[in-house]
Design a protein around this ligand. Structure first.
Ligand code: PMP
Length: 285
């Protein structure tokens, strides 16, 4: 059942609304999260709520709840929604008192949307892998946009890149950063397997995803070396395997990158997928 918690209480779905003059609607003053629920448990819940507070802080949105209270609210919501496999979308945004840019006097609001998803959510392409292309859009410099946190401001670019992929017959896009290095996907981070080691860009112009951080820990635990460094797009040509990581995608193999290559090996990707699935079912690292 789809359900929402808004400013402290669970409300009927059709009452979970905002006014059209809400600051967030005009100016994207909204921090967001995405959390998976596996078997009734929200995965990495504390980490996601910490990130929500940090993202909100960047936009001067004050969340009047502690992490413990947000965790409690989430767990109550999961129970109320009877979610087994689901997706949660926490939001923190600025209210509707004024449309002036200076947002210091505006009210802050917090909500969590709970949606059921079937077990194949995001995983439709796991077996075959994604066909992707490099987008004509790139991730901006961190001093021009709140790129290191998770706010609504990131997503018009991601959406335009997704549409660009679809227009060209691909599943998704990869984005370079403002310097021309490889950055990430539209809603996921990227890893290359080169000589059996994982190589991944330094998250200095994009979100350091929680799945990315988890995969790095899992790789090291499985004796797979991880190198974080600036990666040139041309290095995509020498990679043995490539995969994307994110809350929705989990660990998603990339099969083809337009003009760069076709990737048919998957030994390292498979090993990490198995370790990740075990973790989502067991919840410890
Ligand atoms: N980058 C972007 C732009 C994203 O939207 C996401 C999804 N939240 C990620 C990376 C991956 O982050 P996470 O693993 O925390 O879901």
């Amino acid at each position: 059942m789809q359900t929402a918690w808004v400013d402290g209480k669970i409300v009927p779905w059709h009452q979970a609304t905002v006014h059209i003059s809400t600051h967030a609607l005009s100016y994207a003053t909204c921090a967001i999260e995405g959390i998976r629920v596996y078997n009734g448990h929200a995965f990495l819940l504390e980490e996601h709520m910490k990130r929500l507070i940090e993202s909100a802080h960047t936009l001067s949105i004050k969340i009047p709840y502690t992490i413990a209270e947000l965790i409690q609210a989430t767990n109550n919501l999961i129970k109320k929604a009877r979610l087994k496999n689901g997706y949660l979308r926490p939001l923190a945004w600025l209210g509707d008192e004024t449309l002036e840019l200076n947002a210091k006097t505006l009210s802050s609001h917090t909500a969590i949307i709970a949606l059921p998803v079937d077990e194949t959510f995001g995983l439709r392409h796991h077996a075959r892998g994604l066909r992707v292309m490099i987008s004509s859009f790139s991730r901006p410099a961190p001093y021009t946009s709140p790129s290191l946190v998770k706010t609504a401001a990131t997503y018009p670019l991601s959406i335009m890149a997704r549409h660009e992929a679809e227009r060209n017959g691909y599943n998704d896009c990869l984005l370079l950063d403002y310097r021309g290095y490889l950055a990430e996907g539209t809603g996921a981070n990227i890893f290359l397997v080169i000589d059996g080691k994982l190589h991944t860009p330094i998250p200095d112009s994009f979100l350091n995803g929680l799945t990315r951080q988890t995969v790095i820990k899992l790789a090291r635990k499985n004796n797979i070396d991880v190198v974080e460094r600036a990666i040139q797009p041309d290095e995509l040509k020498i990679a043995e395997e490539i995969f994307l990581t994110g809350t929705a995608y989990e660990i998603m193999p990339v099969r083809e990158i337009k003009d760069f290559g076709i990737y048919s090996k998957d030994a390292v990707t498979n090993k990490l997928q198995k370790a990740f699935t075990a973790l989502t079912q067991n919840f410890y690292l």
